[in-house]
Design a protein around this ligand. Structure first.
Ligand code: ZN
Length: 464
């Protein structure tokens, strides 16, 4: 599949081919599942008030048995081959807290009063106050860096990480790994144990060590690729799930579902960040899951890597779900996708129709054309966010794609390391932007209509 098409699809998975076996060994680890998240989304979503509140005061649930070397824990590690690399501790701690929020809000929404949060390897920093024990791990095994290449070997990469972190076979672990390289086209990979047995005592997902990886460029922030990849490592989405679609689900849009069927099961946009909108495919603390074969199967709410003990400081998430759809202010249920004749006309490839949130929108036709031309990639899996403002950085990306501008490495003081740094450089090099002040571009500022006029005049050479 061409890279552009893959990106448009949001999430793409490797087909799961390992059958469920009664006996498991380390070699049963299945290929990882990849996730792609749109760069354009990262800048957009930081407005969510729930996210802002969590990252302003990040903390995780303190576990009485966290010091037990055999306790099941999720270790959050930053792995690099550069001994001088900075450990992004603050960002990792905030990410862990946000991931917990996603689990807790999902649990409470499925089953009021229930609670789930990740069992992080942690350190206590105050009375009943813990943060994840994040650490930097330096690898010198070439098996690590080779994975950045398109045909890299997952097993060599995996081995280099497990060795470097000092993984002990006796203790079930999840390693949530921030790697310091970019893997072109991907945000993350997560291993998925494919054991359908519903019993938490025996299920392989509860007894094994698996890794979830997130690449630079996609670390943290509201998208939380970390949550998606961790849920894979907890054992989802199994092929037996009613709406299974290659290790994801296809019945709607949620943290693991790619919405291929475009059925508005939940009808609320809030589910895009939560787990299992129908409560029937991979995560439901309130009831067992029943598979396509009519039998009970593995529910990741029973993961040994999650705690159900809600600490007293936890905010009352039970009531949050009702108010969330208003807060996100995106697609009201009435505008959920319907099969419209013009939707077919816009199809550019096997599975692209249009973005779920642009169906029926006044600019739906233009958005589809822009997508087909490869100029936009949307703001998230199957989303365009048609009513959100555009930032100057996003505008740069659109113009670079539209005009196919050559790459450049000019930088402004405020674009170094920015998601859109390369696009902004190309735009500056082509004389389309002069920045927003001396040596500044203001990439996260919205584009005003006046600036837009200036960009377009220069881009289209209307200024002679
Ligand atoms: Zn995935």
């Amino acid at each position: 599949m061409p890279a552009g098409l893959r990106r448009l699809l949001g999430f793409v998975t490797i087909v799961l081919a390992v059958p469920v076996a009664a006996a498991w060994s380390a070699s049963d680890d299945v290929p990882p599942h990849e996730s792609l998240f749109e760069d354009d989304a990262l800048a957009l979503l930081a407005e969510d008030p729930a996210y802002a509140a969590v990252v302003a005061d990040p903390r995780v649930v303190c576990l009485p048995d966290a010091g037990d070397p055999n306790a099941p824990l999720v270790e959050f590690v930053f792995v690099t081959s550069n001994p001088k690399a900075r450990l992004p501790e603050k960002e990792m701690v905030a990410t862990a807290a946000w991931v917990d929020h996603i689990f807790a809000e999902s649990a409470a929404t499925h089953s009021p009063g229930s609670f789930r949060a990740v069992r992080w390897a942690q350190k206590q920093v105050g009375p009943d106050r813990c943060v994840p024990a994040v650490r930097k791990v330096v690898v010198d095994d070439p098996g690590f860096a080779q994975w950045a290449k398109p045909n890299g070997s997952w097993s060599r990469f995996r081995r280099s990480i497990l060795e470097a972190v000092g993984s002990q076979p006796s203790a079930p672990r999840r390693y949530l790994v921030w790697v310091d390289f970019h893997k072109p086209g991907y945000c993350g990979h997560g291993e998925m144990p494919a054991d359908t047995r519903p019993d938490p005592e025996v299920n392989h997902a509860n007894r094994s060590t698996q890794i979830a990886v997130v690449y630079s460029g996609c670390h943290g922030r509201i998208n939380a690729t970390e949550a998606h990849e961790l849920v894979h490592t907890f054992g989802a989405v199994l092929p037996v799930a009613p709406h299974a679609d290659d290790a994801h689900c296809g019945d709607h849009y949620d943290r693991m579902c790619v919405g291929a069927a475009k059925r508005a099961v939940c009808g609320e946009d809030v589910w895009r960040r939560l787990l299992d909108c129908g409560g029937d495919d991979y995560f439901n603390p309130g009831r067992p899951l029943v598979g396509k074969n009519g039998k009970r199967y593995w529910n990741t709410a029973d993961s040994v890597f999650l705690t159900s003990e809600r600490p007293s400081w936890w905010p009352a998430v039970d009531n949050e779900a009702q108010s969330k759809p208003k807060k996100t202010g995106q697609v009201p249920p009435a505008k959920q996708p319907k099969a419209q004749p013009e939707q077919k006309k816009r199809t550019t490839g096997a599975s692209i129709e249009t973005f779920s949130d642009s169906v029926g929108h006044v600019f739906a036709g233009e958005i589809a054309q822009l997508t087909a031309a490869g100029i936009t990639r949307g703001c998230g899996p199957d989303r365009f966010c048609p009513d959100q403002p555009v930032t100057r950085g996003q505008m740069a990306a659109f113009l670079v794609r539209a005009l196919d501008l050559p790459p450049a490495d000019t930088t402004f003081a405020d674009t170094k390391g920015h998601t859109f740094a390369a696009d902004i450089a190309a735009l500056a090099r082509s004389g389309i932007t002069r920045g927003c002040g001396p040596d500044r571009f203001c990439p996260d500022q919205p584009v005003t209509r006046g600036q837009m006029a200036a960009f377009l005049v220069r881009a289209l050479r209307l200024d002679g």
